[in-house]
Design a protein around this ligand. Structure first.
Ligand SMILES: Nc1ncnc2c1ncn2[C@@H]1O[C@H](COP(=O)(O)OP(=O)(O)OP(=O)(O)O)[C@@H](O)[C@H]1O
Ligand SMILES: [Mg+2]
Length: 425
């Protein structure tokens, strides 16, 4: 069978994807040029793609890009089994000729393996001994600082994810189902796994839903953008809905984002009187959710204290991939949270177990509040009574006794029942 080398045409795309999948093994490390990068590049100015065509089958691809006098040879791949050496030589010849035609006087090649290095050397390339290729994904805040700022978005401190204590199940689900598919897109594609596009976090107040959503943003290194549909300032419901749609358009223009909607019951409660926005705003919001499926690297995260008040239609699997409970911290989680604040506030020996035992119905927010109160107590003591010690166990216990816990046995039971009824992951 004869093989032609010719310019790439749109209808070669399935063949190109298949060939790439055949040749590229699932990478352990981030690839210099992933298949997604290659497909993006096909439409770019200066890009040159040639294919080896055997009876309408794509059996080889050469990809390069010219930029002024310098051009890059990015990839030459040939299907195993065809005359690999010869076909890659012909692809390279064609690619070089076209790049030269576009003004290139120097060709730089990305070398991905020994075979390619040998092929290039045989073609007249010389290794640039002390050069090394490095790569960096452009962070969203670098790419779109002004767009992000206008949306009130920001990057989150990368340490936040690790500092979240407890929440083990929810963290593991996010690790496996959100982070892994993003970190290994080709492996995920091989198993037809797509990463989730929308989740709901539910649980009592102060248990860490907002913090968790920010933690996800910190873990994936996407900007965090919060939208407040009930604060849309515009005259008339129609205009408010329009504004919401425009906000989403701008969010989808960002390269990536974790979009957070707090108190989503304001938007999607099943009873009309529990919603705080006009029905056209609710409808606009519902219309926007499926867009998260189509635009990669965007995750919608909604939070609510009242999942049972939400319209069941709103929660259906077509809209949200997972409904994750974020519950009261257990004793281990409380110990970890206490330890964090105690270490910050005092170097005195404070019995963490005593604090854990005294703070049974405390949320992380209550623990933070009581810890600040203990610090304030030690501060005032020193101010009024002269030199003193930093906060002691008794300061913490006193502060705990003066803090009203957010949770109660009833709330915990209600949360358990909600988890049975609604959790989905
Ligand atoms: N798992 C956690 N580990 C450590 N600190 C936490 C954790 N969860 C929450 N916190 C702290 O508790 C406080 C309250 O958390 P957050 O605002 O995220 O709760 P929430 O569930 O969103 O509350 P609400 O329902 O009132 O909006 C924050 O200051 C946060 O730093
Ligand atoms: Mg919150």
């Amino acid at each position: 069978m004869t093989v032609f080398v010719r310019p790439y045409r749109d209808r070669d795309l399935p063949g190109l994807l298949q060939l790439w999948g055949l040749v590229a093994e699932a990478p352990r490390e981030p690839e210099l040029l992933s298949v997604d990068d290659a497909v993006d590049l096909l439409d770019a100015d200066g890009a040159v793609c040639v294919v080896a065509d055997e009876d309408d089958d794509v059996v080889g691809v050469g990809l390069g890009v010219a930029a002024g006098a310098v051009a890059w040879v990015l990839r030459v791949i040939v299907a195993p089994g065809v005359a690999e050496g010869e076909i890659s030589r012909r692809l390279l010849d064609e690619l070089e000729a076209r790049l030269a035609e576009m003004g290139a006087r120097k060709l730089i090649a990305l070398v991905v393996d020994e075979d390619m290095a040998a092929g290039l050397e045989a073609h007249g390339y010389v290794p640039a001994r002390h050069s090394l290729c490095m790569q960096r994904i452009v962070p969203a805040n670098l790419a779109t600082p002004s767009a992000l700022a206008e949306l009130g978005g920001r990057m989150v401190d990368p340490g936040l994810w690790d500092s979240l204590k407890g929440l083990k199940d929810a963290k593991e689900i996010i690790e496996r189902r959100v982070i892994l598919p993003l970190a290994e897109p080709q492996l995920a594609a091989r198993h037809a796994v797509s990463s989730p596009s929308a989740i709901v976090l539910f649980g009592p107040p102060g248990t860490g839903k907002t913090t968790f959503a920010k933690g996800v943003a910190s873990r994936v290194e996407w900007p965090f953008v919060e939208i407040h549909p009930s604060q849309l300032v515009a005259e008339g419901a129609e205009r408010q809905a329009e504004l919401l749609a425009q906000t989403f358009d701008r969010i989808f223009d960002l390269p990536s984002a974790v979009v957070f909607v707090d108190e989503v019951e304001d938007l999607a409660a099943k009873r009309d009187e529990e919603r705080r926005v006009n029905v056209s705003v609710t409808n606009e919001f519902l219309k926007q959710i499926p867009r998260f499926r189509d635009v990669p690297h965007h995750l919608l995260t909604c939070a609510t204290n009242w999942i049972s008040r939400l319209d069941p239609a709103f929660l259906r699997p077509g809209r949200f991939d997972y409904l994750l409970p974020v519950g009261p911290p257990d004793a281990d989680a409380r110990a970890a949270i206490w330890r964090r604040y105690v270490e910050e506030i005092t170097e005195e020996d404070v019995d963490i177990n005593a604090l854990v035992g005294a703070s049974e119905f405390f949320t992380p927010a209550d623990i933070e509040f009581a810890a600040r109160k203990a610090a304030q107590r030690a501060f005032e003591r020193e101010h009024f009574a002269g030199a003193g010690r930093r906060a002691l166990l008794e300061d913490f216990l006193e502060a705990i006794s003066k803090t009203r816990p957010t949770l109660s046995a009833e709330l915990v039971d209600a949360f358990k029942a909600d988890t049975e009824q609604f959790a989905r992951y």
